[in-house]
Design a binder for this molecule. Structure first.
Ligand code: SF4
Length: 264
C-alpha cells in the first residue's frame, strides 16, 4: 500500500533497532523519496529499556536513523514521581514477571512512553495529522497477522490531532526483510549473527529456551540480575522455564539449537 505522505504533517517511526523496524525505516524512506516528502518531518522514536536491551541498541537506533537522514527521539518509562524504574525493579516491586495475559512490559515500557513522544512532538503543531509507523509483520504471529496495514489510532487521536497507524512491511516475509537489509548493507544488530531472531529485551518473556541460552551466554551479568529477582519474588521468568535453569544449562556446556522466530 502506497500512501500519499503529503497528507501527513508528521511521520513517527517506532523503532526497537530490530530487523523489522529497520526495514520499516527503509520503506518509509523509499516512499518519501519517491514522493519528494520532507525528510525533516520524519522522526524515529525509540522506547529505551536501558540495560534490559542488548548492548548497543540505543546507539544503533541513531545510526540507522542517520543512515536515512531521520532524527531520533528517545523515551523511557517513568513512574509518577518521575523515577525511571527499570523493568527488573518493576517486576520485583510487583512480585511477578510480565506474561502473555499481563503484558505490562509492552504497555508500560513501550506503548505509554511512545505515546508521550507523540504528545511532545505534536504539541506545537495545532490541528495535525500524524502517521504512526510500526515494523509489525503478519508472519510474526496470528495476532499480528490480524492487524490492519492502515487504520485510525483512536487511542492517540485527540480533538486537534489525528493519528493513523501504518505497517509498511506487514506482508513482508523474513526472507525479504533480510534480503533488503543485506543487499543494501543496512546497519543491523550483532545479536542476529549470534543466533537471535529478535532484538529488544535480551530476556524476553516470549523467548524459547534456546534464545534465552544465547542471550544468557552473551549477557551473563544481566542473567544473574534476573535470576536474583526470580529468587527474591519466588516466581519463574516463564511459567515453564526459569532463568536459573538457563544458567544451569550454560554452565553444563549446553549448545543452543537454531532458534526460529517466536510469536509475539
Ligand atoms: S521484548 Fe519481550 S519482555 Fe521485552 S517488552 Fe517486548 S514482550 Fe516484553
Amino acid at each position: 500500500m502506497n500512501l500519499n505522505l503529503h497528507n501527513y504533517d508528521l511521520i513517527i517511526i517506532n523503532s526497537s533497532a530490530g530487523k523489522d523496524s529497520l526495514v520499516a525505516k527503509y520503506e518509509v524512506h523509499r516512499v518519501a523519496t519517491e514522493q519528494n516528502y520532507d525528510i525533516d518531518k520524519i522522526i524515529v522514536s525509540h522506547q529505551d529499556l536501558g540495560a534490559m536491551e542488548w548492548k548497543g541498541t540505543k546507539e544503533l537506533v541513531a545510526t540507522q536513523s542517520s543512515y536515512f537522514g531521520f532524527n531520533t527521539v528517545y523515551s523511557k518509562r517513568r513512574n509518577k514521581a518521575g523515577y525511571e524504574e527499570t523493568l527488573l525493579e518493576y517486576a520485583e516491586r510487583r512480585g511477578k514477571w510480565a506474561s502473555n495475559n499481563q503484558r505490562w512490559c509492552t504497555s508500560d515500557y513501550k506503548r505509554a512512553p511512545g505515546a508521550r513522544i507523540v504528545t511532545a512532538l505534536t504539541k506545537d503543531l495545532g490541528e495535525c495529522k500524524v502517521l504512526y509507523v510500526f515494523g509489525f509483520r503478519a508472519e510474526e504471529s496470528p495476532s499480528r497477522a490480524k492487524k490492519l496495514e492502515f487504520k485510525l489510532n483512536s487511542m492517540l487521536t485527540t480533538k486537534k490531532r489525528t493519528v493513523y497507524d501504518w505497517l509498511p512491511v506487514h506482508n513482508w516475509s523474513t526472507e525479504k526483510v533480510w534480503h533488503i537489509i543485506k543487499s543494501n548493507n543496512l546497519p543491523y544488530h550483532f545479536a542476529y549473527d549470534l543466533g537471535m531472531p529478535r532484538l529488544s529485551c535480551c530476556f524476553c518473556i516470549f523467548s524459547p529456551f534456546n534464545a534465552l541460552v544465547i542471550a544468557g551466554i552473551h549477557n551473563p551479568e544481566l542473567l544473574d540480575q534476573y535470576i536474583e529477582v526470580e529468587e527474591k519474588i519466588n516466581h519463574t521468568f516463564k511459567a515453564d522455564c526459569s532463568l536459573a535453569s538457563v544458567k544451569e544449562a550454560i554452565q553444563k556446556g549446553y549448545k543452543p539449537k537454531v532458534v526460529e522466530n517466536w510469536r509475539m
